[in-house]
Ligand binder design. Sequence first.
Ligand code: ZN
Length: 93
Amino acid sequence: MLAYKAAWNHRRLVKVDRFFPSSKTCHRCGHRQPLDLSDRRWRCAGCGKEHDRDPNAAINLLVEGLRILAAGSAESLNAKGGNVRLAKVSSSR
Ligand SMILES: [Zn+2]
């Protein structure tokens, strides 16, 4: 569904590994905090920042997606959800 919507809107979809610790990593300092699923809010033991679980995870996923794009190793999906490789642009004319 996301691949279809991204293609429809001429956007690129970047997949982040399903085991990426987006919820339990502090987006401010990078500390990883053990959490239960019921922990909706938590205070980082590394920097003291109080987090709401979902917005913190969203920020971490955005940063990770941008990191993957910048590294040039993004796994992009076509409209049917299949993997496609990014075409290399030739600089010679
Ligand atoms: Zn922190």
